[in-house]
Design a protein around this ligand. Sequence first.
Ligand code: URA
Length: 233
Amino acid sequence: MASEEKNQSNIINSELNLNYNKYIFADKPINRFKTKPKVEDISTKLDELRNEIEKIENCELKKNASKIVFSDGNNRSKIMIVGEGPGQKEDQEGKPFVGDAGMLLNKMLKSINIERKNVYITNVVNYRPPNNRKPEPVEITKYSNFLRKHISIIDPKILILMGSTAMESLFGSNIKITKERGSWKDIIVNNKNYLCMITFHPAYLLRQPENKKYSWRDLKEIRKKIDQLNISL
Ligand code: URA
């Protein structure tokens, strides 16, 4: 072999050896499974999101509310519930769904064998709207960016949207809840697909109890899906 060719061959061999050293002699199996996000990661991300929301500017809701109402429940849960916005009691306590609608929500969950503490609960807007008015479309849009981040952090297997405001926040305002509730839908949030059920809001059911029969159907569907997907709660 000519000496230049020999040098070249040595270089190639030594590169190969380097690569062998790097790749072949690992004595552990390759971990092909995606590791679950750590509890601390989720909590840190949620703290960051809460801080981001607290920095919101020019927001009528924040100006009139006494404090932020961020979330309640288990941040590792695979079930995430989204309501509309805090009422008076929620504004006082800083927790979602602690008033009359919250009591009904707890009963609805119980009826399908779910403890409230085992799900994750938040709202479309995180500050109480003055006089409990419905959030304006611009407010829904503004807060939907936060909600989308929130969903990505919790990464639920089932997303339950309660009421038309939660529905509008992710699906827009051209659809009607009476038509859309009760069937499984896919929603893409930050490039990931989530299984989603739209259902009536408990506060609406307190005003229109004759519609509880539809919610009962939806709840049974949700229970069925939890069992099918083997979601432990
Ligand atoms: N209604 C909601 O939508 N959210 C709450 O937190 C309370 C009542």
